[in-house]
Ligand binder design. Structure first.
Ligand code: KG4
Ligand code: ZN
Length: 353
């Protein structure tokens, strides 16, 4: 079966083509193609994603991206189904993907499978190789129960997975998502959107230069008994630190680097504490990390330490598919596909709701 994946929930227009089969009852897949067109540079001046601009750009790029995707194949593929992100995400952006999927579905007479974006981030970590034209592969073995930490621009969730696609959200942010905190703090430090990689780079420079921050930022909710998060207070603490530094005339590169380091350390420590508690509470036998923030080097190192200490396997997406992509959408659709002819964009829809 060949599945076309479509992802337009935020500022990445992405298409992918995968082939799937069952061998002795075991799911196997191979990646035929995966293309991502990022709009990040266009949104950069706004310090975040501008929904109507995202919609316009998706509309502009979907058709040419499909032509490119199909042209990359040695022969014209016979597509059996289309998997499209229905949420969560920006509603105007989601609709462009859904409308495109419906148009192609009618033209090719193939079913459309709605996919939850966050489920995509979970299964995206279970693929061995995302290289197009690669060999047939099985999904990584997932000892259960598993625990997923989803960290993106819109979500911060701890998910206990009892079996693939059967799960419970056991922790979530009460306000800003962790990626959103990176993006807002980047804006306060005068760095472009998306802020995560820029903060990370400054923080690394501070470590290299031995710069420590004179400001101590909070580690939000690390002493709370639950598994929830809150990042808006951390962002506000950065805002006050920046204001004070401006007043004192010390808001320079050295200050920015050291504050970026302190902010990244606060995020690492907070996620570390909650993740350890969640592993203990669920008795997790494996750990999945998903979402764009999983590209963060310091976090990846810390997650590796945690998994080693608990003696459980850790699955993270390779950094170039840690952000939004359509490969994970095609895969989630293939694994959990229920075709629908009543698609709706779910702007605020959370994982599984
Ligand atoms: O999953 P994703 O691509 O889109 C959403 O579904 O939201 O995540 C995007 C988020 C942005 O907030 C971006 O700043 C963050 O991932 N991000 C990072 C890094 N790379 C991307 N955050 C921290 N460190 C990074 N290296
Ligand atoms: Zn995402």
């Amino acid at each position: 079966m060949i599945i076309l994946g479509i992802e337009t929930s935020c500022d990445e227009t992405a298409l992918a083509l995968i082939e799937t089969r069952q061998t002795d009852g075991v799911f196997e897949c191979r990646v035929l193609a995966s293309l991502i067109h990022s709009q990040a540079d266009l949104h950069s001046p706004y310090g975040g994603v501008f929904p109507t601009l995202a919609k316009r750009e998706h509309e502009k790029h979907l058709e040419p991206l499909l032509d490119k995707l199909l042209a990359s194949q040695p022969t014209k593929p016979r597509i059996d189904a289309i998997a499209v992100t229905e949420g969560p995400g920006l509603e105007p952006a989601l609709w462009t993907g859904i409308v495109f999927a419906e148009k192609l579905g009618a033209e090719w007479k193939v079913p459309i499978i709605p996919v939850n974006h966050m489920e995509g981030h979970i299964v995206g970590s279970l693929i061995e190789s995302d290289t197009p034209g690669g060999a047939w592969q099985k999904l990584k073995d997932l000892p259960l129960p598993s625990l997923a930490l989803l960290i993106s621009g819109g979500h911060t969730e701890l998910v206990r997975i009892d079996s693939l696609f059967h799960y419970a959200i056991i922790g979530a942010t009460k306000d800003d998502a962790v990626g959103e905190a990176f993006d807002k703090v980047a804006r306060l430090l005068g760095l472009p959107y998306p802020g995560g990689p820029h903060i990370s780079k400054l923080a690394d420079e501070a470590r290299k230069d031995g710069l420590a921050s004179s400001v101590k930022l909070p580690r939000p909710m690390i002493h709370s008994k639950d598994l929830h998060f809150s990042f808006s207070g951390l962002k506000t603490a950065v805002l006050y630190a920046v204001r004070d530094a401006e007043k004192a005339g010390i808001f320079d590169d050295v200050f920015k680097k050291s504050l970026a380091r302190e902010f990244e350390d606060a995020i690492v420590e907070t996620l570390d504490t909650k993740l350890r508690s969640a592993i203990e509470e669920t008795g997790a036998q494996s750990l999945i990390i998903g979402g764009g923030v999983s590209a963060n080097r310091m976090l990846r190192e810390q997650f590796t330490i945690i998994a080693t200490e608990f003696g459980i396997p850790l699955y993270m997406p390779s950094p170039h598919i840690s952000g939004d992509n359509a490969l994970m959408i095609a895969l989630a659709g293939a694994l959990n596909g229920t075709p629908s002819n009543k698609l709706r964009a779910h702007g605020t829809k959370k994982l599984g709701s």
